[in-house]
Ligand binder design. Structure first.
Ligand SMILES: *[C@@H]1O[C@H](CO)[C@@H](O)[C@H](O)[C@H]1NC(C)=O
Ligand SMILES: *[C@@H]1O[C@H](CO)[C@@H](O)[C@H](O)[C@H]1NC(C)=O
Length: 596
């Protein structure tokens, strides 16, 4: 136990020193409005020939990245449609061009909205219009998705680019050929003369359609994660998570902060993971709980420990997977952190305590003001005492994590959605007039002050690394002819992180449940991770006194046909249909025989 205390003290010292160092550079950055782009341009000066991005067989140095991003910026400028402060929507998978476009946009004082490329049709348009973007740049493999919404975009005078050399579609312009025709020279700084740390750097969608505004200041704060985790200038960082999410994106901006090399992969692949680590000499990997589990589930290999990975940074790893991962792939230091894209706090497990996301210390509490408060699952709101204030949860009791909103820890809200932004704020938490950010996450703190993630609450759930907004799924389902109302929630499935989607529905009078129709409907309108895996047909949906749909009981009952008498259906990917959920199917899903 004494050794443990020594460890904690050492980590503490490290933490305080890095915090102070960061604080000092932060002060300098604030005074001069020094952005990640400025850091990048300085890195280009100090190590122009150092590899910045490795992608497939290609290597791009810092200098080459600078030139390519200037070219991208010039193409966008020449369209004549962009002015400083404008936003451009980007829709592409992980590829170097993603980074060139973002850097290029900041060079001309603009920002980017990162569209999730799995989203289609109505949802895509909805996401696009969440920001004020009047320009869309999309990858060539997304041509069909673009064409589907093109009439509507053109009607709204949106300029649409496809990342190709030639393009025959009316109303769509090619981008790459134009890039090769413009100058790679640096762009004048006056093009971004109004840029401050309060200006938007990106818009990142936190669930289907809510876009969190990430200012340049916030981006700095998030980009220190690698620094805090002990990444040094010789490291090579492997990124295979989508760049349109904050976790993926800040691994690139964090790499710029550290001046290191990023090995970028278009999509996570279990079979290629360690091959890539060996090929690119990767020393730091990034994870979510799912990817670590997938890696542990592969057959053992003789060269499992043949790699140079020393550090893993991410979130959501289960305690059993953590142990298994270390047993199998060697003593890789796992730095588990907790942070919401739109949130205003970051927790980090410095101590290597298996399963925890951080530790509540006196100092961390002083540096950022957060609390875990008692939460009423049925009413979906915090519990309040007789004077109307919230109550801190007991040791070991899961409660809602809230974080105080102050000038130093601001909450920038969602683009064009005041109502959603307001919903994330809690007022009068511990005293009259205070304001906290509601993370929507349940955490618990144990007797040794270690903090553990428990669950998501409220109207989103997490599945396969994506946040799914229940109301958006319900809106889609109720468009199906036979469905009257839908109540969507997430249910736990043994062996999986997060929750998978389930919908309790009622049918329109005189209608039978048309499974093919519903399947086609969700397949057309929802990305795979958001499609409800289970459907429960009810005569009526239970509501609370305030006409909110009741979820807690449904969530608790899950999808077990042994317990539920309502008709249940299962989304069968092979049959491309919803099929009756039999006890056999239930057993196969919970034992992992059927992969979902
Ligand atoms: C990886 O390291 C080896 C040995 O140090 C070196 O020969 C090789 O070029 C490196 N590969 C990359 C992609 O940097
Ligand atoms: C179910 O929906 C499909 C597709 O919309 C339709 O073709 C079919 O006739 C419907 N079946 C019944 C029994 O209504």
């Amino acid at each position: 136990a004494q050794l443990y205390i020594l460890y904690i003290l050492l980590y503490f010292l490290h933490f305080v020193l890095t915090q102070l160092r960061n604080r000092r550079s932060t002060m300098k950055y604030i005074k001069t409005n020094y952005t990640i782009l400025d850091k990048f341009l300085d890195a280009v000066k100090t190590h122009p020939d150092k590899p910045f991005i490795l992608f497939r067989e290609q290597t791009f140095t810092y200098q080459e990245a600078d030139a390519l991003s200037s070219r991208a910026a010039r193409v966008l400028l020449q369209s004549g449609q962009l002015r400083e402060g404008d936003t451009v929507a980007l829709m592409l998978a992980n590829e170097p061009m993603f980074v060139w476009l973002w850097l290029g946009l900041v060079k001309i004082g603009c920002s980017a909205a990162f569209l999730n490329y799995n989203i289609r049709s109505k949802s895509l348009l909805h996401c696009f219009h969440r920001t004020s973007a009047k320009t869309l740049v999309a990858a060539v493999e997304l041509q069909d998705a673009v064409e589907e919404v093109l009439p509507s975009l053109l009607e709204q005078q949106v300029r649409v680019y496809l990342l190709t050399d030639t393009c025959q579609i009316t109303g769509v312009e090619s981008f790459k050929d134009k890039m090769s025709r413009v100058s790679p020279e640096p762009l004048a700084k006056d093009l971004r003369s109004h840029l401050t740390l309060q200006s938007p750097a990106t818009y990142i969608y936190t669930s289907g359609t809510t876009a969190a505004m990430i200012t340049h200041g916030k981006l700095w704060a998030m980009s220190f994660l690698q620094h805090l985790s002990g990444v040094n200038s010789r490291d090579v960082f492997y990124v295979s998570l989508p760049l349109y999410h904050s976790t993926g994106f800040i691994s690139v901006t964090g790499a710029i902060e550290r001046g290191i090399t990023v090995a970028l992969r278009s999509k996570f692949s279990t079979s290629q993971f360690w091959e890539d680590c060996r090929k690119y000499n990767v020393t730091v990997i990034q994870y979510i709980g799912e990817t670590m589990r997938y890696l542990c589930n592969t057959p053992r290999k003789l060269d499992d420990r043949n790699h140079r990975v020393r550090l893993a940074i991410g979130n959501g790893i289960r305690a059993d997977v953590w142990r298994e991962f270390n047993n199998r792939f060697g003593n890789i230091d796992i730095k588990e952190f907790y942070g919401a894209t739109e949130g205003n706090l970051l927790l980090m497990n410095y101590f290597g305590k298996v399963g925890a996301v951080g530790r509540l210390g006196v100092l961390t509490k002083m540096l950022s003001s957060y609390a875990v408060i008692k939460y009423d699952l049925d009413k979906e709101e915090p519990l309040r005492d007789l004077s109307g204030f919230c109550i801190e949860a007991d040791k070991g009791e899961p409660g809602l994590l809230v974080s105080k909103i102050t000038a130093r820890t601001p909450f920038s809200g969602y683009a064009g959605d005041l109502q959603q932004s307001e919903k994330k704020k809690l007022h009068n938490v511990f005293e009259k007039g205070d304001m906290f950010f509601n993370t929507g996450d349940l955490l618990s703190i144990d007797a040794d002050n270690f903090i553990y993630f428990q669950d998501r609450v409220g109207d989103t759930f997490r599945w396969k690394g994506e946040n799914v907004a229940t109301t958006e799924v319900a809106d889609v389902i109720t468009l199906a002819d036979c469905i009257r109302e839908a109540n969507v929630y997430g249910v736990k499935v043994a062996g999986h992180e997060g929750r998978t989607g389930m919908a309790a529905v009622t049918l329109r009078d005189g209608n039978k449940f048309n499974s093919t129709a519903l399947y086609r409907h969700v397949e057309n309108l929802l990305p795979a991770y958001a499609r409800p895996r289970f459907v429960r047909i009810q005569n009526s949906l239970a509501t609370t006194g305030t006409y909110k749909l009741k979820k807690a009981e449904l969530v608790q009952e899950g999808f077990d046909p042994n317990l539920i008498s309502d008709p249940l259906y299962f989304l069968d990917e092979k049959k491309k249909n919803y099929v009756p959920l039999t006890v056999d199917i239930f057993n196969d899903v919970t034992s992992g025989q059927i992969k979902i």
